[in-house]
Ligand binder design. Structure first.
Ligand code: CAA
Length: 381
């Protein structure tokens, strides 16, 4: 594994950093407060090629590698974690599975506009009774001629309100359990596809998290990704890649919080000196810097393995686990360095603290990552 980035990866990092600093950072506090989806900057991210990074140009993407993707997500998350999750879900959980499993026709309709960022997509796996226990799908798709008739409910769908299409996991044969789950591409506006609710969240407030209801929603069989019963494997494969994106997002949140803590430690004085001169603050800053670097290296290792065509799921789970725990710890300590000022909304650090929490929960909780890692090390995966 290369420890330094290539010239092209460095250029992508510089481009993402410049965009994040100039266009995202100035609006981040405002869109968080107003829970406002940043249409304009997401559109600009598409124009810069950030929404279909690993998809070949022929399908509307940038043709970059997974390392570049991780590096770019980190830079975006450092300024605003909401933008980073919009980016990660569109890249990893929508475009990648469509690219990997889609037919030519499906790629024309469901990849080109989404990888280029003209539209955004989403991934609807979670249901009220199926979070960590993702095989426990209840949404039903019953075959009726050349259509499926879909009935059911999906929860916590990132990008759900804004997306033009969703990758929806449904039972096409309940008797087969997870081998009876299929993946359907369903466009917004299809009769029977409703978005009744958007969640009011603790963090990532500028990204939208929606509920879907399907009532006798007729979906052409031609919208099914791969074969009947392949849905759960498609979901798990997409999440292996998604966990690299979320790990990178967590590294970005941690790095952003750390930069704020460092600046504050240099300027804030107590007992006659900047607080960064106090050993207890120094320890916190040193622990933060060390954990962030370790989380970043693990994330880049997972991305590098993916680029090399090697198995990367276990390392992606390790990266997601370690980076999420690091983001939460670093953001907590960054608030601590700020003292009382860290707890008020005048200072940006509290947003990083609120945003960090979800990285321990979505795309598989920290406990699920441990389960995945434990099965792998015990040889049960
Ligand atoms: N790739 C391909 N197939 C995989 C796989 C992988 N990484 N992991 C598991 N599978 C396959 C297994 O091989 C098995 O198939 P077979 O029966 O044919 O062998 C099948 O999936 C079921 O696996 P398990 O028997 O291990 O099932 P389990 O129920 O014991 O465990 C789980 C599965 C790992 C817990 C899984 O349900 C899981 O990852 N849960 C977490 C779900 C999750 O991450 N949800 C995120 C929602 S999306 C989101 O958050 C996006 C967002 O908004 C940002």
């Amino acid at each position: 594994m290369r420890v330094e980035l290539t010239e092209e990866q460095e250029m992508i990092r510089a481009m993402a950093r410049e965009f994040a600093d100039k266009e995202i950072r100035p609006i981040a506090a405002d869109i968080d407060r107003g829970a406002r989806f940043p249409q304009e900057t997401v559109r600009r991210m598409g124009a810069l090629g950030l929404l279909g990074m690993t998809i070949p140009p022929v399908w509307g993407g940038s043709g970059a590698d997974a390392v570049s993707y991780a590096v770019a997500v980190e830079e975006i998350a450092k300024a605003c974690a909401s933008h980073a999750v919009v980016m990660s879900v569109n890249n990893s959980l929508f475009c990648e599975p469509v690219h990997k499993h889609g037919t030519e026709e499906q790629k024309k309709r469901f990849l080109v506009p989404f990888a280029s960022g003209a539209r955004i997509g989403c991934f609807a796996l979670t249901e009220p009774q199926a979070g960590s226990d993702a095989t426990n799908q209840a949404t039903l798709a019953v075959r009726d001629g050349d259509h499926y008739v879909v009935n059911g409910r999906k929860l916590f769908v990132t990008n759900g309100r804004e997306a033009a299409a969703a990758l929806v996991f449904c039972q096409t044969d309940r008797a087969l359990g997870h081998h009876g789950i299929s993946a359907l591409l369903i466009e917004k506006g299809t009769p029977g596809f409703g978005v009744p609710r958007v969640e009011d969240k603790l963090g990532l407030r500028a990204s939208d998290t929606a509920e879907f209801v399907f009532e006798d929603c007729r979906v052409p069989v031609g919208n099914r990704l791969a074969g009947e019963g392949m849905g759960f494997k498609i979901a798990m494969g997409a999440l292996d890649g998604g966990r690299i994106g979320i790990a990178a997002q967590a590294v970005g949140i941690a790095a952003g919080a750390w930069e704020l803590a460092l600046a504050y430690a240099r300027e804030r004085k107590s007992f006659g000196v900047p607080i960064g001169q106090h050993q207890m603050v120094q320890w916190m800053l040193a622990d933060m810097a060390t954990a962030i670097d370790a989380a970043r290296l693990l994330t880049l290792k997972a991305a590098w393995l993916k680029d090399a065509g090697q198995p990367f799921g276990t390392v992606a789970a390790m990266a997601k686990l370690f980076a999420a725990e690091t983001a939460m710890k670093v953001a907590t300590d960054a608030v601590q360095v700020h003292g009382g000022y860290g707890y008020i909304t005048d200072y940006p650090v509290e947003r990083y603290f609120r945003d960090a929490k979800i990285t321990q929960i979505y795309e598989g909780t920290s406990q699920i990552q441990k389960l995945v890692i434990a099965r792998a090390v015990l040889g049960e995966a």
